[in-house]
Design a protein around this ligand. Structure first.
Ligand SMILES: Cc1cc2nc3c(=O)[nH]c(=O)nc-3n(C[C@H](O)[C@H](O)[C@H](O)COP(=O)(O)OP(=O)(O)OC[C@H]3O[C@@H](n4cnc5c(N)ncnc54)[C@H](O)[C@@H]3O)c2cc1C
Length: 415
């Protein structure tokens, strides 16, 4: 039976994705968010040191991320993502100073790997062909057990791409998760991996339009509401306990729990969740990007992994950055700036900067963590789970989070 009223707990992308889908089907949606803002790990905020709005982390989606694009279509926000004409990835090797651009062709047959002007310098054809092994990876295998993690193609394209997609050192990463990325993007033709960036901030594209959509469809979002306990009885959730208030969950209500794994584990009895995480470090510098600088540049043999050019700001992303958490912020900023100056050909002294360290940015995409991800359904008939850490078949990404929310909505109110 389709419930009449649905409580969505957590206003990250997974919760918002569930909420907009449910609202679009005419259901009464109430979102409860612990903090005073929506967006969770994918949001913008005003940074007083830089004097501008920045994102908590540079985020990228790919044009083959169908769930993310369908969510943006529903909330009428796709136009906020850049629309590059092709799948083009400029790189620099800081050890040699070499620069190159990987330029994939749009179609399914990847003839770009035969063209020296488009492929990775020094990579051989057989290195590209060997990647097919990833698609036939054994269950529970690591990437290192499945493909050769050496050679120019690996060092100059595959490692940087997988490091950011998995937020885990690729050799130990789950081959199944890497295969899912490759299947939906790299193996599906260049039109499926054009890099899409929210140049004017994540919240303007992914969050604010969703909140408007929920309000326009009669839903509401309550902030400062941390769920403390789920009252459970007779196979159902019967109440939501927020500490200062308890909200009854009647026989015609249902709950989408879209909180991070540590919170979910403490709320749902005997729930198995991933418990190992990886950090992401972002460095932001207040400076106008030089004219003609690409929106995103991959970096090999540096501390920086990707450089993003935003209006009035250059930003660096470093994934699987746990080793950097103990370095001082000043040390990190100056080391990263010295690389940015080379990449962007700048002679300026280090401008105003900010370092943002997300210690638990995503769960570690290891085979043993992948095995702990729970399904959408729970043992309680009116309780479903959503979140990038649930069993989406993808690493912890925007696409995975949005897909998980859409799946939760589908379970409660099938079309
Ligand atoms: C720095 C960084 C960079 C990233 N880069 C990329 C990228 O380039 N591409 C990409 O695809 N993905 C990227 N990701 C991953 C992406 O941001 C996440 O996968 C996605 O945002 C997760 O959404 P979620 O809704 O599952 O979880 P969250 O965003 O964590 O949302 C959970 C929400 O629940 C709330 N909450 C917690 N406990 C309670 C409670 N008890 N009661 C009520 N509310 C509660 C939280 O406050 C939060 O708002 C990045 C992540 C980070 C941190």
């Amino acid at each position: 039976m389709t419930p009449r009223r649905i409580h969505v707990v957590g206003a990250g992308l997974a919760g918002l994705s569930a909420a907009v889908r449910l609202a679009s089907r005419g259901l009464a949606v109430i979102v409860h968010e612990a903090t005073n803002q929506a967006g969770g790990r994918c949001r913008s905020y005003y940074d007083s040191t830089l004097g501008m709005e920045i994102d908590n982390g540079n985020h990228l989606v790919l044009s083959g991320n169908k769930a993310a694009l369908s969510y943006l279509d529903l909330i009428d926000a796709r136009a906020g993502l850049g629309a590059p004409p092709s799948a083009s990835f400029p790189f620099i090797d800081l050890a040699t100073g070499e620069r190159w651009t990987v330029r994939a062709n749009d179609g399914f047959v990847p003839w770009w790997i035969l063209d020296p002007a488009r492929r990775v310098p020094g990579a051989r054809l057989r290195e590209y062909l060997a990647l097919a092994k990833l698609l036939r990876a054994k269950a529970g295998a690591t990437i290192g057990e499945t493909i050769s993690c050496s050679g120019p193609l690996y060092a100059r394209l595959i490692e940087p791409l997988l490091m950011s997609a998995l937020n885990t050192e690729p050799r130990s990463g789950s081959a199944a998760l890497a295969a899912a990325i490759v299947r939906e993007t790299l193996a599906a033709g260049g039109r499926n991996y054009r890099p899409l960036i929210a140049h004017n901030g994540l919240s303007n594209v992914f969050i604010a339009p969703a909140l408007r959509y929920i309000a326009d469809h009669g839903g509401s979002v309550n902030y400062g509401r941390r769920l403390r306990q789920l009252a459970l009885g007779a196979g159902r959730v019967t109440a939501l306990d927020f500490g200062d208030a308890s909200i009854p969950v009647t026989s015609s209500d249902a709950v989408v729990l879209a909180v991070p794994p540590t919170a979910a584990e403490s709320l749902v009895p005997e729930l198995l969740t991933p418990t190992e995480f990886r950090a992401i470090v972002n460095a932001h510098f207040r400076i106008d990007p030089p004219r003609g600088l690409a929106p995103m540049i991959g970096v090999v043999n540096g501390l920086a992994q990707w450089l993003f050019a935003f209006p009035g700001r250059l930003s660096v992303t470093i994934s699987a950055a746990d080793d950097l958490l103990d370095l001082s912020r000043e040390d990190l900023a100056s080391r990263i700036w010295s690389e940015v100056a080379v990449i962007a050909n700048l002679a300026d002294a280090m401008p105003a900067w900010q370092i943002v360290r997300e210690r638990r940015a995503t769960f570690a995409a290891l085979p043993r963590e992948e095995a702990k991800r729970p399904a959408t359904e729970t043992a309680w008939e009116n309780l479903v789970l959503a979140g990038d850490w649930t069993r989406t078949g993808l690493p912890a990404t925007i696409e995975g989070a949005i897909r998980s929310g859409a799946k939760a909505a589908e379970r409660l109110a099938p079309l």
